[in-house]
Ligand binder design. Structure first.
Ligand code: ZN
Length: 309
């Protein structure tokens, strides 16, 4: 077997650090409720995010793990002390956009403004640079090739905005499953949320509703498969409202939205404790750094934007 000195050898499973992330938004800001709770009403709703983030920080402290908190600019503006507490505990503050509008609903100019505004607020509160971004509802896909270019131009180091799987609300099934470099002229790296291969098909396995609704054994199996068989880190995410079984119930939302939002809330904290104890976890900026040497290049077709430029 020939050895290529520039290609890093596979890491042993025990040395892999997986990416742990929290998408910081309040219970009423999720995509599932956007048709029944208008953005204009957000200001009047009693917020629960600060208490829930405190629970998450405690849970991480018990296990001595650091994570990345992809936070809405809207939330940071109202809870600057919470941002300080996240940073003081050793976690990374990254951007989740301003008010959870999906990237594929934006023009490039609107997206540029959204991420600029969110980052300015986050950096103001955190007192540290923000270098990571996660699109609301994993809304970057083949419709938004300009989004990576905008992130790179604004100086982001990494994105974790792609769900490389078919799903009814989001997904980019043809995207690479592991770290890739979407632009030939930039070191920007994308860290897709974890999928596993089950029966020859990609299945979502990186958190969200799947982690709550399915037994913990499924997530354990999937993350082990990624680490041991594929030799790559998992990228996992959840939300502060998922550790809050007492949150108000939105009765007039569609049944499927309610099922996805409310199932398994009471067991979530316990499941998370198991997860953070069982695998090695770290901040997403660390994972991006470690994956940089192995990221594959993605070649996207040219867009109108790039032709005009
Ligand atoms: Zn979100």
């Amino acid at each position: 077997m020939s050895m290529d000195a520039t290609f890093p050898p596979p890491r042993s499973p025990s040395s892999i650090i997986n990416g742990l992330s929290v998408d910081v938004e309040d219970w009423f800001q999720v995509g599932a409720f956007e048709k029944v709770i208008a953005r204009g009403d957000w200001d009047a709703i009693r917020t629960r995010v600060e208490d829930n983030v405190a629970r998450v920080i405690d849970l991480f402290a018990e296990a001595d793990v650091r994570a990345t908190f992809f936070t809405l600019g809207w939330v940071a503006r109202r809870h600057p002390q919470m941002i300080r507490r996240i940073v003081d505990a050793g976690h990374e503050i990254a951007s989740h956009g301003y008010d959870h509008a999906r990237v594929f609903t934006f023009t490039r100019a609107e997206f540029a403004e959204d991420i600029r505004k969110a980052r300015a607020i986050l950096e103001d509160c955190a007192g540290v640079a923000v270098t990571g971004y996660r699109a609301p509802s994993f809304s970057m896909d083949r419709r938004t090739p300009w989004a990576f270019a905008e992130l790179a131009e604004q100086g982001y180091a990494y994105s974790s905005s792609v769900a490389p799987v078919a799903h009814d609300h989001y997904g980019w099934p043809e995207a690479p499953r592991f770290a890739f470099r979407p632009l030939p002229w930039s070191s920007l790296i994308e860290l897709p949320v974890t999928t596993a291969i089950l029966g020859g098909r990609r299945v979502a396995a990186g958190g969200g509703g799947f982690f709550r609704v399915l037994p913990y054994g499924f997530s354990r199996w999937a993350i082990r498969q990624v680490i041991r068989r594929e030799g790559r880190p998992a990228v996992f995410y959840f939300h502060p409202w998922e550790v809050d079984p007492d949150q108000p119930r939105v009765g007039h939302a569609p049944l499927r939205s309610r099922f996805r939002h409310y199932t398994g809330l009471a067991k979530m904290a316990g499941k998370l404790r198991g997860l953070v104890e069982e695998f090695r976890w770290g901040r997403m900026d660390l994972v991006a750094h470690r994956e940089a040497a192995r990221a594959e290049d993605l070649v996207l077709p040219p867009t109108g934007d790039e032709v005009a430029a």
